[in-house]
Design a protein around this ligand. Structure first.
Ligand code: DLL
Length: 435
């Protein structure tokens, strides 16, 4: 077992964890108050001072931080350490407005890589493994975070970055990669290419660490079957550090939050009220150990549920369910809330081997009514097989979506290879109503 399994932390009884969190939170609030005038002003506006925060039970008194605050403070306004102490920036993949930049001291990098090392260890990774990191490198946190974690565990690390699928497969087979880290949509693409090139017998993969976007349980099963591996989820966001904020263990029923560093809360996205454990709402994180960019009560917009149910792996770290998606990714079609991940679930469950996990949601507005079309790619087998069955599969998908969403959808099975594959986070929606 790698030394990055840290039972003294990961299996700590919650009462002890809470004491650790209390101490770290009190120190962190003071650090932010002393060093970030913008947040100090927010606290003052709410009538809160560091003396009011004695521990986790007082967390709710603090003001939230949102992406708008980050944009307003771009680039240096939330920095809590002198620039001379910072060694790295990373940035979000946001496509609109100003990018969000996060800063790291050397200690922050160590902490982040430790979290990624815990994640790799939790899927069985050791120094005997060859870990292929196929998340993008650069400003995106996926590549650098898992690269650092893989080094710490002592794996032989293949810093592939994303893209160039033929080269990925060549290294994977020649060097005998045993762990692959990439987005689930890229994993699905790699699985497809492995199948096409007849490489299934040549790969030695045993586990995949997939995250950075919402993906369904059905997608997990699909990837596991196609690659003959265990597929584990990993979650994180640039603002809070990057991948490794939470990670899945062998039980594969949600992700343990590294709560010695990040305190999670679930709030009602409308009212901001903290919701009890087990209720669904918006995930909020407070960084209690980071130095350079310590966000307090950061609203992630991810819709999620927390649980302290006992886990068979022995870890006591709180667990978060697979996020359904971001509240700003939620589509409202004819007044009905729809997450792309719900559609993915139906497609894989109903389509069986007939379709691929590649789909595109197209929404428009005609005569003041939303139109909802769904292109779904058929498999090569189905394409060459029986054209009559197309209508049958289309109708089955349509019926299931109607029963789950209560919405009529125009489903179109499209020819193999007509939907663009993703090497990073997939883009599944074209919403022409906004234009
Ligand atoms: O996506 C960090 C990351 C890299 C996580 C590699 C896991 C693996 P950002 O680009 O800042 O950072 O995007 C963060 O991605 O708020 C979620 O909406 C989404 N997200 C991340 N992981 C998951 C996941 C990275 N496992 C945003 N399931 C977050 C669902 C996820 N959504």
């Amino acid at each position: 077992m790698s030394k990055y399994y840290q039972p003294e932390i990961e299996t700590m009884p919650y009462e002890e964890m809470k004491k650790l969190q209390d101490e770290r939170l009190v120190a962190q609030v003071k650090h932010v108050w002393d060093n970030v005038p913008y947040y100090r002003k927010k606290m003052e506006e709410k009538g809160v001072t560091p003396d009011d925060i004695k521990g986790v039970d007082d967390l709710h008194k603090l003001p939230f931080v949102t992406k708008d605050d980050l944009r307003e403070c771009y680039p240096y306004g939330l920095l809590a350490k002198p620039l001379g102490d910072c060694v790295r920036i990373q940035s979000t993949s946001g496509t609109t407005g100003k990018r969000v930049v996060a800063f790291y001291t050397q200690k922050d990098i160590e902490l982040w890589e430790d979290c990624c090392a815990r994640a790799i260890t939790a899927v069985g990774g050791t120094n005997e493994d060859v870990c292929q990191v196929s998340y993008g490198y650069g400003l995106f946190t996926g590549g650098p975070g898992l690269n650092g974690g893989s080094h710490k565990v002592g794996c032989l690390t293949l810093p592939m970055s994303s893209g160039n699928t033929d080269r990925q497969l060549q290294f994977m087979t020649d060097l005998g990669a045993t762990i692959i880290c990439c987005t689930p949509s890229y994993a699905a693409y790699l699985a497809e290419s492995i199948h096409e090139q007849g490489l299934r017998d040549k790969i030695k993969l045993k586990a995949g660490i997939f995250g950075a976007e919402a993906w369904s349980e059905e997608m997990r099963k699909d990837i596991e079957n196609k690659l003959g591996i265990k597929a584990y989820d990993i979650y994180g966001l640039t603002e809070i550090s990057g991948p490794g904020v939470s990670f899945e263990c062998e039980e594969q029923t949600g992700m343990h939050v590294n709560e010695d560093h990040f305190i999670p809360e679930i709030i009602d996205p409308e009212t901001g009220e903290v919701l009890p454990l087990g209720e669904k709402g918006e995930l909020v994180f407070t960084s209690i150990s980071k130095e350079a960019f310590p966000l307090l009560r950061y609203r992630t917009k991810d819709i999620c549920v927390l649980s302290r149910k006992k886990c068979s792996c022995g870890r006591t770290l709180i667990k978060m369910a697979k996020p359904m998606g971001r509240s700003d990714d939620m589509l409202i079609i004819r007044g009905v809330n729809v997450f792309p991940s719900q559609i993915e679930e139906v497609l894989i469950a109903v389509g069986g081997g007939n379709i691929t996990p590649n789909y595109l949601i197209k929404i428009d507005r005609v005569n003041n009514t939303d139109t909802f079309d769904l292109d779904v790619e058929m498999s090569e087998e189905m394409f060459s097989d029986d054209v009559k069955s197309i209508a049958k599969v289309e109708n089955a998908i349509k019926d299931k979506l109607r029963s789950i969403l209560g919405l009529g959808v125009n489903v179109h099975l499209v020819n193999p290879k007509t939907i663009t594959r993703s090497e990073g986070k997939a883009k599944r929606v074209i919403d022409n109503r906004k234009i």
